[in-house]
Write a protein that binds this ligand. Sequence first.
Ligand SMILES: Nc1nc2c(ncn2[C@@H]2O[C@H](COP(=O)(O)OP(=O)(O)OP(=O)(O)O)[C@@H](O)[C@H]2O)c(=O)[nH]1
Length: 575
Amino acid sequence: MNLKPRFLLFSATLIIISGIAVWYSARQQAEEIIDQWAVRYAEKQVLYDKARALQPILREMALSRQFARSPHIIDWARNPDDPQLQARAIEEMESYRLTFSDNSYFVALNQSGHYYHNNASNEFAGHQLRYTLDPRKAQDRWFYDVIEQQRPVHLNVNPDVELGVTKLWIDVLLRDGDETLGVIGTGMELKGFIDQVLQDSGGDMASLLVDYRGAIQLYSDPGLIDYASISNSGPPVNTLERLLDNPADVLSIKSAMAELVATGKPVTTRFVHQGERRYLAGVAYIPEIDWYEITLLDFETLLPLSSFSGILLICGITLLLAMLSFNLALGHAVLRPLRQLERAMQEVGRGDATGLALPRVQHHEIGRLVSHFQSMAAAVLESRQDLELKIQQRTEALEALIRTDPLTELLNRRGMDEQIHTQLQRYQNESQSPGFGIIWLDMDHFKAINDQHGHTQGDAALSHIARLIRDQIRSTDAAARWGGDEFLVLLQDCNLQRLNLLSRRLCDSVAQNPLPLGDDRDSIGLSISAGACLCQPDDTPETLLRRADMALYEAKKAGRNGVRVRQSQPAKAAE
Ligand SMILES: Nc1nc2c(ncn2[C@@H]2O[C@H](COP(=O)(O)OP(=O)(O)OP(=O)(O)O)[C@@H](O)[C@H]2O)c(=O)[nH]1
């Protein structure tokens, strides 16, 4: 596999692995942030809810306490049958009615069991005595329970059967010294109170008030309120268990409540579940009423994890872009130069090293690689050229060798054959081509020289004659050792006169230049016979040579050291 797909695969694997790692760690971090944030938020919220719920209750409680300390009412409660005291007390009660938020009050006297009440619309003016309490009636049990428990203030959520309303009752003991004269106070209309202080803030949080047993005292869903908790002799019905599915969560909240009372901490938090949802419960103790404020915070709605998906998306895109940029940079800095280098290497391998398209990288490893490659390619090119030159020279030398006679360094028979063919073709094909002639030379009595002086001297004689021939001919002419002691001379641009002249000159030159034997006074006399002829248009190499051979034969026959020229004029000249 090439580097590019390898790197792409590698990068993709890296993206996936680091993406998963980033996803999990970011999710973990996000969850931790949300949890920490939610704890802080829940702590603040429960304190806020506590203050919001407590503020109106405290006001009514303070007023009710003051109401219970009224001397007019205490005097009357001691003597409930005294009409004057009753009139003053009812006047006092009516003035308090206007100060209570509900504009209503109740006064229940212990001695007579009479229950006095007037409401916001002053419906019972002049008939404030509404009924007489009966300890046998369930709906009147609250009065006797409050008296029995002797708690100075008691809050009680209870429907008023007589009045047909459900209220949060603030029950305050009416006392004179150690004597309990009755219970007085006011009621806050439950629905209005809940709407005012416990209404859900959308679907993301819920607020409720519970007593020390976990019995729900105030909640936005009236069906879950544990009404008249004070009067129920058995265990409470509507408790935290109704709200939280998991018993462990209920125990957890109860432990939080115990912790608050034990440590005096203003607030604490616990994670709980309601159905599939996870909530954070902020718990605060309200010592003034001995209840607990619980705020359930659905932080998955308040701050859903999906809020962080944008960050995760950006992380993912950034990672992807980083990897793509890395790949692009890698491709630009490494892979592309490497590909160019590879192509250049292939070109050098094919022997085409001209105009190599090499990457223009100056620095770093690839640059050095290119530089080394350039040097190497230049060296390879140089040695290749050198080699080719040598081969050419050797080939030329070989070519020359196979056309050269090693002893005399004249053309050999093959070389002269080619010359005759070439010249003959040119003469026959080109009308303007001048004719040429050949001279066939043969040493006279050469056998005797060999015999008398040995073959070495015989070779020397052959070389000596070759030199003499070479001296006599032009550079355009050609001379060859035809074989043994025979030579052949080809004369360019030749006619009979020149043929005759040069043949004679060659014979004379040999005759006049004996072969020196090293000793100045001694030499071997030499002579040659020559047969010559001019080429004819219809000649073949064979006919041409045969005529020269015949001329040579005649020269030999005529006594040697002589020349015979076949007189026939070439046809072109005759024309
Ligand atoms: N030293 C030497 N002798 C050679 C060489 N080639 C041929 N010969 C000798 O050359 C002689 C040629 O003799 P011929 O041409 O037949 O006869 P000739 O003695 O020259 O007499 P004519 O040609 O009739 O004048 C032979 O004895 C060959 O052995 C050579 O390369 N070196």
